[in-house]
Design a protein around this ligand. Sequence first.
Ligand code: KG4
Ligand code: ZN
Length: 339
Amino acid sequence: MVTLLAIESSCDETAASVIRNGAPLSNIVASQTELHRQYGGVVPEIASRSHVLQILPVIDEALRQSNTELKQIDAIAIMTTPGLSGSLAIGLTAGKTLAMTLDCPLISVHHLHAHIYANQLTTQENIFPCVGAVVSGGHTSLYNCLSPLDFHLLGSTIDDAAGEAFDKVAQLLNLGFPGGPAIDQASRAGDPKAYRFPRALLHKKHLDFSFSGLKTAVLYSLKGQESSRDRPFLLSDETVSNIAASFQEAVVDVIVSKCQQALQHTHHRILCIGGGVAANRRLREQLTEMADHEGIRLFIPPMSLCTDNAAMAAIAEARLEADLTEDLHLDIVPGLIRP
Ligand code: KG4
Ligand code: ZN
């Protein structure tokens, strides 16, 4: 029997999970969304401070809900890359302190690999080999996933992440933060063909993404609209819905098409999605349609496993089995390094 304590603090969620034999017994997440709402995005300094306050109560709660005592923990799994440096450092420090006190191994977890692995927690089937797509507030990355220990980056965004584009466009439309759910909602009444927004890099051979031009195209479509200091653009509900629907359609088209290209390139028959944008109704619809059409097995985890959480660090068990553990020199790698 192997019991892991997993810690996640890479961005704006403080999370911990106790995982026994690969299955999470608890999945505690303290979200900071309310703290960042007034700024329209995550403020790194505020995120770090909140992690400092939340990390011990969150770990305690993960232990309590799983009826586990610290002395039963065999190893500590920590997300060390990618993420905000201050945020990552707090999870790492907590993890190192526990590993030192308990004299147990540390396991370093790649946050994006873990997002894809979250799908393994929802099925008895083996998800490997698969194409994995992480679409979140901070990342848009496609992976060739051969095993829990073998991920190869196929492409990622060269500027904004998909969720970031949703958040920025929602700000232009006065829809608040986080923007994804608001645009999803507003788009229901809109016409996705009302505006023809660009689908950047769609027909390029590589699997990278770019969303910043799309955001600028939305901004240009708003120019000429009445605006004031407090409300940059005074828009009718109909215009908001039409822009939301057209913007969303452009993002979804690109994501679905790049997933399809990645499947063709790797010849894999399984597609696993992760990250908060996976909540998007239109994205789910289009992915399902593409997967049905191509005969692909599609996995999208429930929301609690799509957004940032520590349960997905169950991927660490494979590292422990392979003796890929770390000592107290373990460091964070904030930037996205390949793979
Ligand atoms: O995975 P996550 O917590 O992001 C990171 O921590 O990186 O997901 C948050 C992101 C936000 O950008 C949010 O706007 C987006 O996921 N999101 C959505 C939806 N729900 C959340 N985007 C599109 N449609 C949604 N329904
Ligand atoms: Zn994430």
